[in-house]
Structures are given as C-alpha cells and as structure tokens.
Design a protein around this ligand. Sequence first.
Ligand SMILES: Nc1ncnc2c1ncn2[C@@H]1O[C@H](COP(=O)(O)OP(=O)(O)OP(=O)(O)O)[C@@H](O)[C@H]1O
Length: 392
Amino acid sequence: MSEISGVDIELTDVVKRYPGQKKPAVEGLSLHIPAGEIVMFVGPSGCGKTTSLKMINRLIEPTSGSIRIGGEDIGRQNDDDLRRRIGYVIQGGSLFPHMTVTQNIALVPGLLGWDRRRTAERVDELLELVGLDPARYRDRYPRELSGGQQQRVGVARGLAADPPVILMDEPFGAVDPITRQRLQDELLSIQEELRKTIVCVTHDFDEAVKLGDRILILTEGAQIAQYDKPEAILASPANRFVADFVGAGAALKQLTLSRVSEIELSRPTVAEVGAAASPVLSAAKAAGDTSVVILDGKRRPVDWMWTTDLDGLDKVPAPPDDTDLVTIDRRATLNDALDTMLMSSHGSAVVTGRRDEYLGVVDFQAVVTRIQEHHEEQATRVDTEDPTGAPA
Ligand SMILES: Nc1ncnc2c1ncn2[C@@H]1O[C@H](COP(=O)(O)OP(=O)(O)OP(=O)(O)O)[C@@H](O)[C@H]1O
C-alpha cells in the first residue's frame, strides 16, 4: 500500500434548508470521514445524499454548521483553493462535447495556471492511469468515445490537479453492468496507488459494499441510520430500517466482499511480444503448458496463444486487432468474475493487478468452488444469528 495522500473531512452539525421547504434536506449532519478512505453515501431517494455531497465542495452552501477539510474550514476558502483540493466526478463524466479529451481533462490545471507542457504531461499520465492509451484518445471528442471511456475521462478530469479529496455522484450509473464492474475495479486500483479521500453517492448497495471502506446509510433529512464498515453493516444492521435497506440475502451479499485475489492463481508460461519463439516453446513444453500468455513491454497481457500456433514462428507476434482476451482485475468480486467469464464463454481468465499488470490465470471452477465455500460458511452463520439483532 502506498502512502495516504487524502485528508480528513469533518462535518459538524451541517444543515441545509432549501427555500420554500418545510423540513431541511439535511438536518444536522455530523460525520468524520477518515483520510485515505472511500466512504459511500447510500439511502432512499430524496434523503439528502447529493445535497450532503455538494456541500463538501460548496456547490451548495450549507445553511448552518461547518465543514473542515484537512482541518481547514471550507467556508473561509476561496473557490480556486477548493477546486484544487477537491476533484468532482459525476455520472457519464459530464464532458464538454466541443472540447477534446485533453481539453476536458486540462480544465482545472488551466484554471490553476499550469503551463502547456506540464498540463500535457499530466493529461497523458492520467489517461494511462485510467486505462486509455494517450496517443489514441487524447485528441478525440467525447462523441468518439464509448460511455465507459467517457466515464474514465471524467475520472481523469477529477484527478487532474491531484486533489486530496474526490467527490463522486453516481459515477458509474450510466454504463452497462460489465463496464461498471471494470470501472469500479479501476477505481479501486487507482485508489490503492493514490489513497485519496473519496466520498461517493450511489443507489447501488452492492456497489457501496464493493467500493466502500465505510458506508453511510441515511434516512430522510440525512439522518444517519448506520455508519460503519461494510462487513459490520452486513453482519449486524443497526435497526430494522438498515436491515430492510440492505435487503434480503444480506448473507449472500458477503460475496461482494470476496475478491479474485483470494483465489490462488495458476501461472502458465508467459512471453513478451517480439521475443524469440523457440525458447518460449521449450519453456512451455517443460512446464506442460499448451498455451502461453503474451505480454506487452509494460507486462500487460495482450493475448493468449496456443503453443501449436506459436510453433514454426520466429518471434512472438503482436496480437491481432480483434483479440478477445478476457481479463479480470484481482479486485473484482467473485460474482463479477463469474459474470465476466459467462459473458465471454471462456473457461478461464487472465488476472491483472495494478496498472493492468499481469498476475496469473484464474479458472471458472476455482471461482465456483470459492463461492460454494462461502455459501456454506454463510449458511452456518445465518443459522446461528438473527441478522437484525432483534430479540428472539
Ligand atoms: N434545489 C433544490 N431546491 C429545493 N429542494 C431541493 C433542491 N435540491 C434538492 N431538494 C430537495 O432536498 C431533498 C434532498 O435531495 P437530494 O438530491 O440531496 O437527495 P438524494 O438523496 O441525493 O436523492 P436521489 O437519490 O433521488 O438523488 C429532496 O427532498 C429534494 O426534493
């Protein structure tokens, strides 16, 4: 784990009363968000999640109360300072359609007066970080990107000035489930490297369990129903409201806590594009492998070849354009891994870690076995516990 670059956020008795509303949207919220953690805000529609989030970067001014970021009262800071310290990512990326990817990402650095060279370097670095090849994407317009790619650019923009705090409002709500899973995995990967303080609003409780170091469950008026680590909320919901909100099958949701990284990976022979083929074939033969995982110069998997296809070639070839290599991030949940494998109808998948670096191979059966073990563990636990904590 790298060092924490995030800072604490402290809300003290924060109230927001919109004009003409009888009851405040946020009625005295006090909350400590620890540096370097991801805190997920969940709760029923209209309970005040977005209002609470937007008060943290003063997109909405609190009616009363105080918010401190890294110990400083944000009420006393100017907007430029706040923008430097807080990244903001919303659904769909909300890119400006008439600006290129570079121009979109460079917005905040531009406001901060960075020179051209520093900005260009930063844009490329960020595109790499969010998994987009800079040479290919930096000059595109948003309409030339898929929904998932637009969202990645949105994340890059939020990170542009390297703020210690990132606010996200339903960041992955607008993409299909598989893309959402990838973006979630990428966010976890980026977070492992950067350790920002991330506050994220979501409607999806599973997403909260997957991403959150802590989950804040709110009821109307942004009243705290429970604020705890996901394991703790799943194991013992504070009250009936939380138990209902967590929903049936809380025990099964524990699966969302298990990751591919818990499974031992197999490590078949690997080879780099352009390497001489014959030693690779010898190594595969010695190891009893019938296939070889092909990596690029940055140790990212790009192809998975049968040794029979490599036989007779001089060098390990670059992958064809239509390669359908299935990769899974090691932070993916077991459910996500199964979905990916089923969708792609591959019996196994290449597992990647930080910056898409190759780690090994996981097979379908290993994931199924691990899930079954979990089911059994959970079944024993549920038999002996009342998840609501209610007296019998
Ligand atoms: N600009 C506004 N003017 C008046 N009332 C508002 C305004 N924005 C939000 N509200 C009200 O404040 C309450 C909280 O809204 P908020 O958007 O924070 O909730 P939320 O939990 O994020 O909801 P959702 O999950 O539906 O996005 C709601 O009752 C909403 O109708």
